[in-house]
Design a protein around this ligand. Sequence first.
Ligand code: UVW
Length: 344
Amino acid sequence: NIPDFDSLPSVKDMPQGCAWGIFDKDGKKDVHGTLNLLTPSVIKAAYAEARDGVHISLNWPIGAIKTPGFGRKGLVHKVFAFKDAPPPLNAHGFDDEASRDVLVEFNTQCSSQWDSLCHFNHQPTALAYNGVKPAVEKLIQEYGTEDVAREYPTLNHWHDRGGLVGRGTLLDYKAYADKHGIEYSPFEAKRITVAELEAVAKEQGVTFKTGDILIIRSGFTEALTGVTPEQQGEGLGTHKTCGVDGSIETAKWVWNHHFSAVAGDAIAFETIPPLKDGKEAGITELVLHQYFLSLFGLPIGELWDLKALSEHCAKSNRYTFLLTSIPLNVPGGIGSPPNAIAIF
Ligand code: UVW
């Protein structure tokens, strides 16, 4: 019994559509947001989607973009033989050529990712989901030390509930656009509207269920695949990207369908640059990031690799599947590769 957007109880100093407190239990502040909609009965119903013995990875390679957008650092991947490692790994007794370790460093927003509920706060107040104000120094935690950030809605808490398991529903906007002669470049501020999402769902024969993980394909990652780093740079250099229309209308539509999470192949899920039409709610940039992450508690997935999923959905004429995802178990984790699998 989740209230619709317009019936959500008002929260002091916040715009309408603030779901803080809705999922609190036993006087304890909730950290899972809309993942709470993944109840045992919703999950059991999702298991019924896994019946064809087909499973598809939705993870783009980390490092797929050589120089990620917004000035973010790309992948650093170093492999070293034990002989070149610090002691005691470099000790005698290991074969120089047959033993090696690896160092991987990356910005978690550089490829397929989940944005946690404290990745992008409600900008006017700097508050994250459920009214917390995550302090940067508390987010940097070490395993085994006291969990000082336990009230922050970070991704490591997903491990407390066994990761994410639910029904994924693909809206293949790119296939719909190709079929209907709608032309756009992924590197322009193309806005996929609610009316278009509904038209795609109708054409695919999809009806939504509470707790669905909504996945939207725009063709963005595909446009950056198999091209040179220079071509990637040219595309990202426009600072314009296709995505879901970042408006209050979209925010209401998403909340009122009671999705447990949303994800897509676009770089920010919503169109960049953002519209300025959130003004009435005091929100003028990255409108969906603020509504979804901070006000709703709804995680956003970005830069997911949806090509193989799209091909399989078209071939099998099935756009729903079991979806599993488990972020990295980094204490205080703000973003993470999703490690997502669609199972048919
Ligand atoms: C921003 O918030 C700018 O980044 P992302 O799209 O990765 O969430």
